[in-house]
Design a binder for this molecule. Structure first.
Ligand SMILES: Cc1cc2nc3c(=O)[nH]c(=O)nc-3n(C[C@H](O)[C@H](O)[C@H](O)COP(=O)(O)O)c2cc1C
Length: 274
């Protein structure tokens, strides 16, 4: 299936049908997870699918009410920006695979980690975020609709607020970036914590690359590393769309001194076009 269609189809689901994953779906996702374990700079994340049943206690969340779910995908990552970015970059590929399989998902950033007590967490690591996966209940609850409304879940910032020319700092237009317009548009449609959309992308014509920067929008999310997760998600959208459009490239982290500081933004990584 076309990656652009999959990205457009994905939306957070908060009302599930209380049904466990069908064995074929679980197997399919598990195989994908194994293939998808090596990420940026070859850092490995081993995701697991964890199933609970309705009789188990419910997962406590900081925001959003989720109902009827019983399947979670999660792993651990070092408590650093780079590892969280990589975690999300790999996990979003699982999310998009699930979407392609007609499964519903929701990223969860703030949750009660003791709920997953059986997951071994090494020193210096944590579970930066999880993803709920399952079958959507066709009738979203009032809370589901309210949450979508309160974070304007279907809305995204316009191009001129997100994408810029690295030298002039003026906004980019789809006409200007031509073949990369889909890649940036798919960044724009990415999910983010509280729909904060902290990604700022700068096109560097001299080096023929796209520098990804993070803007801290919400202090609480930033402290919890959620904006790092948002960045990794956006990077996977950019990469998958570019590759599908025949635009090869690779992720590279430039030394800080080689990247111009831009306002209050934090440099994350660069997509170097081939
Ligand atoms: C890192 C991250 C953490 C999130 N945490 C939560 C959460 O704790 N509770 C929740 O209901 N939604 C959570 N979301 C879902 C966002 O609210 C949602 O992606 C955003 O509002 C955009 O809506 P959409 O996913 O339907 O496009 C999270 C999303 C991301 C990317």
């Amino acid at each position: 299936m076309d990656i652009i269609e999959i990205i457009k189809k994905r939306k957070s689901c908060r009302t599930y049908s209380h049904v466990a994953l069908k064995p074929a779906d679980k197997k399919n996702l598990e195989s994908f997870i194994i293939e998808d374990s090596k990420g940026i700079e070859n850092e490995v994340v081993n995701f697991r699918i964890i199933e609970k049943n309705d009789a188990d206690k419910q997962l406590k969340l900081d925001y959003g009410m989720i109902q009827g779910q019983n399947t979670y995908i999660l792993g651990t990552a070092k408590s650093t920006t780079a590892s969280r970015v990589n975690y999300a970059y790999l996990m979003e590929k699982v999310v998009l695979k699930a979407t392609e399989m007609n499964l519903s998902t929701c990223w969860i950033g703030a949750f009660d980690t003791t709920y997953f007590n059986d997951v071994f967490i090494e020193d210096g690591f944590d579970i930066p975020s999880i993803v709920i996966v399952g079958y959507s209940d066709d009738k979203p609850t009032y809370q589901d609709k309210f949450l979508r409304f309160s974070v304007s879940a279907s809305k995204r910032q316009s191009w001129d607020k997100l994408f810029f020319n690295y030298r002039s700092k003026t906004p980019l237009t789809p006409e200007y970036v031509k073949k990369y317009s889909d890649s940036l548009e798919m960044v724009r449609l990415a999910p983010s914590s509280g729909n904060t959309q902290p990604w700022r992308v700068f096109f560097d014509e001299t080096m023929n690359g796209f520098h990804f920067f993070k803007k801290s929008i919400n202090k609480r999310y930033e402290l919890r590393g959620m904006h790092d997760i948002d960045m990794g998600i956006a990077m996977s959208h950019f990469e998958l769309t570019s590759l599908q459009n025949g635009l090869a490239g690779r992720w590279l982290k430039h030394a800080k001194e080689n990247v111009d500081p831009i306002d209050d933004l934090q440099y994350i990584m660069t997509w170097e076009c081939e």
